[in-house]
Ligand binder design. Structure first.
Ligand SMILES: [Zn+2]
Length: 414
């Protein structure tokens, strides 16, 4: 079973971030932050101003990164935000052109760098990298932005009133406004708002209204109901087009107009493909949360699976992560639940009767249980086991349902 072709409806859906705040002993409130993204149409003159703003933000970011790295290397300790803020004020005196652009985005570059360092230290993500002129450019404003939805314009300090298409109205208090330019030279504005709407009361969890989902490489998702969602087919085509363009790019001379043109084409291809993938994931996650009260999935510890570093594989993995993120916020949004179990359950080998199939290979898509005679589709069985394990954990706090099903947990798939 597949998903119908890509549409644009979901693409305009806001990106949601949930922040859990503990406000009393063991009581949590959910703050819902939504990001609405709109296309921006600056005039040539405004585009030049925006590009100058982006250049300055990038300069400050790279300057601060270099300074932080040097301080760390020479003194063995990092530099604080406070110190950086002070140094930035001094830098602006030295470089008058930094005074010609709006100053908040420059300061906000330091916030971005701070976040990049936090990710590096806490989440063991890569060391912050210098921003390139070729990548996505952005500038974040905290104040001074005016939004006139009726007139389809937005006012940005130092850049003026810029035409915008508000494809979908937003609600809530505006926190930040980020203007960006993607590599294919389109401009966007992202409005981050805090939604004051109440989160609905959570629905009770019942096994009958739950579904298990097995994410995989063979099919994107297989449900415990037996439904299968294959990987979007255009992936192959997209990779093929990309290969051709990259081969053509290699033949061009550096700095030539043709090279820049092909580079823009490649960027455009990536962006369109990313939109289609996102659309596929949105449709699927919306559908699941609508149909079921609890969605049970495995925790795909991606880092352990990154052995094959092909582009197709990377895309699939980022798809799983994004899918889980969407499921979680959409569930929270509608008072529903997502249960995530550890990725060690021998999910495609374990029969309901407790029999454990040691001989199952990747090539066996189906098998028959010698103990009870059950016929199994390995992925549907995995999805059912994920659901079973998720609810067992829910009831007993243990990872296995107990009884004859308790087996040494082995990573057995892919
Ligand atoms: Zn059996």
């Amino acid at each position: 079973m597949g998903i119908s072709g890509p549409g644009v409806e979901e693409l305009n859906a806001p990106k949601v971030t949930l922040i859990l705040t503990r406000y009393r002993y063991l009581m949590y409130s959910i703050i819902m932050l939504k990001t609405y993204r709109y296309r921006l149409y600056p005039t040539a003159e405004q585009a030049a101003l925006l590009n100058r703003q982006f250049g300055s933000v990038r300069y400050v970011y790279n300057w601060a990164l270099a300074l932080a790295t040097m301080t760390y290397q020479t003194q063995g300790q990092g530099i604080t935000r406070f110190q950086l803020d002070k140094r930035l004020t001094a830098l602006k005196q030295e470089l008058p052109w930094l005074q010609e652009v709006a100053s908040q985005p420059l300061q906000h570059a330091l916030v971005h760098l701070d976040k990049a360092f936090t990710r590096f230290f806490r989440e063991k993500k890569g060391y912050p990298r210098f921003r390139s002129k070729r990548g996505k450019q952005s500038a974040t404003y905290l104040q001074g932005v005016k939004i006139h939805r009726e007139n389809s314009v937005i006012y940005l300090p130092k850049s003026g009133w810029i035409r915008t298409v508000f494809s979908r109205p937003f609600q809530g208090t505006v926190k930040t406004v980020t203007v960006s330019r993607v590599p294919s030279s389109q401009y966007f504005v992202s409005v981050l708002v805090e939604d004051e709407n109440q989160v609905p009361e959570s629905v009770p969890e019942v096994v009958d209204h739950a579904v298990g989902g097995d994410l995989g490489l063979h099919d994107f998702l297989v449900l415990s109901t037996g439904e299968k969602y294959s990987h979007p087919q255009w992936l192959e085509h997209e990779l093929y087009r990309l290969k051709i363009l990259q081969r053509r790019l290699a033949k061009t001379t550096k700095g030539s107009k043709n090279r820049a043109k092909i580079r823009r084409k490649i960027a455009g291809l990536h962006e369109r493909a990313a939109n289609r993938r996102l659309d596929f994931l949105h449709k699927l996650s919306t559908d699941l949360v609508r149909r079921f009260d609890t969605v049970c999935i495995e925790d795909l510890n991606v880092s352990r699976m990154v052995r094959n570093r092909t582009l197709a594989r990377r895309i699939t993995q980022s798809g799983w992560a994004e899918f889980r993120r969407q499921l979680e916020y959409k569930a929270a949004w509608s008072g529903k639940h997502v249960r995530v179990i550890g990725r060690l359950a021998p999910s495609s080998r374990l029969c309901v009767c407790g029999y454990y199939n040691h001989d199952l290979t990747l090539a066996n898509r189906q098998w028959d249980c010698p103990e009870c005679g059950c016929h199994h589709d390995r992925d549907v069985l995995a999805a059912n086991n994920i659901k079973r394990f998720a609810f067992a954990k829910h009831q007993t706090g243990r990872d296995t349902p107990g009884g004859p099903g308790e087996h040494p947990l082995v990573g057995d798939r892919h």
